[in-house]
Design a protein around this ligand. Sequence first.
Ligand code: 13P
Length: 342
Amino acid sequence: MATNDLEATARELVAPGKGILAADESMPTIEKRFTSIGLESTEEHRRAYRDMLFTTPGLGDHISGVILFDETIRQGTKDGTPFTEVLEKQGIIPGIKVDAGAKDLALFPGEKVTEGLDGLRKRLAEYHELGARFAKWRAVITIDESNGLPTDGCIRANAHAMARYAGLCQEAGLVPIVEPETLMDGSHAIQAHFDATLRTLQATFEELFDHRIALEGTLLKTNMVLSGKEAAEQADDETVADMTLTCLRATVPPAVPGIVFLSGGQGDVEATERLDVMNKRGPHPWALSFSYGRALQAPALKAWAGKEENAEAGQRALALRAKLNGAARDGAYSSDMEAEAA
Ligand code: 13P
């Protein structure tokens, strides 16, 4: 696919008022989410849950793309319509998670490297055939100051793998979402998260450049710069916005059409507020949008609770978070909108 087609798709994914729904939970992750509502993770339960999410009326008003999991891209609604078709009818672009998960990095205790490059060219061709137009690969970077983590070795190994993945995607006509996530787990101060995120993004773009990746047809998905989840002192939203923007400006070339944030364990309202604060400070060289998993799904999962009769309540909860994040993506959110909607 020509670079301008990839660029058109990338720009569509970060269109004003819209963002991405990450619904690509792997088997262990969806099991964890279902356990929280006392539901067993069977194939039919996973199908029913995604059916509820994807058939939400008006979902396409604020959701530009949905990231699917391998099982999900092959599934459909109860009446047999493929999910890819359901999404396309709403003007939503189907995407696919293609990495095989973060595994222990040999000789680097406490650190991970994401696997999944073997056979990827063939898998991408199949996903394109199934309707996917973009892909996602997540790398995980851990902070542990007392053990000197993250190491340069771990950051470089992950950056290299992401660049190899991005090249294969562009060859196959899929927009790569490159997702280095520097985790917020730990009790470190926000400065440590800033430093680790900065090193990670710098190495990522060096590798993308070396691998001839067309940045115009690539999206970055990454974390906001935050205080460690267990840190006694928690930075306020203004500081989070300041440090995140400083970090991104120093590392992300303006050729990249958009940066989409993961929510990474932030509360759903927090994730909306912080995105809004950053967009109120725009314009920025790139669109700043969302690709939330938990921050979009958590209230919907809770309202649905695994019961068919709650499907509409689940859909209302998802539609609300999508709408409010769509506003935050434009810097047009206010906390009154939460109360009004409730
Ligand atoms: P969260 O928003 O729940 O972090 O999930 C986003 C995602 O896709 C992580 O890879």
